[in-house]
Design a binder for this molecule. Sequence first.
Ligand SMILES: [Zn+2]
Ligand SMILES: [Zn+2]
Length: 115
Amino acid sequence: MAEKIEPLQVRVSKSKGVQVQWADGHLSTYDHAYLRDHCPCATCREAEPGGQSALPLYRPSPQVVAAEVVGNYAIHFRFSDGHQTGIYSYVYLRSICPCAECQRQRGESAPESQP
Ligand SMILES: [Zn+2]
Ligand SMILES: [Zn+2]
C-alpha cells in the first residue's frame, strides 16, 4: 500500500505541458497553467485567499521553462513569468494528476476524511 511515489522521468514540452513518468508506470500530464495554478508556495497560497479569484485579464499563461528534482522528494518548476518558488512534492504532484483515472479514484475514495 505504501508504495513509494517517485518520478522516473520528467519532461517539459511547450505544446504538451509537463509529463511525469512515475515509477509505478503511471503517466501524468500537467498543463503549464494548471501547474502554475496549483503552485503550493506560500506566496501563491496567500495571493488567493479563497474568495477572491485573481484571474489576470491579459497576462499570458505562464509556461514551465525548467524542472529539476529537489532533494529526492520534490520537483522544482521554473515558470516563464519569473515565478520559481514552487516546490511540488511527488506526493502532491501525484495527488493533483489531472488524468481521468486519478480524478475518478479521487472521487470514489476520498483519501482525506473531513471532520
Ligand atoms: Zn508559487
Ligand atoms: Zn493520473
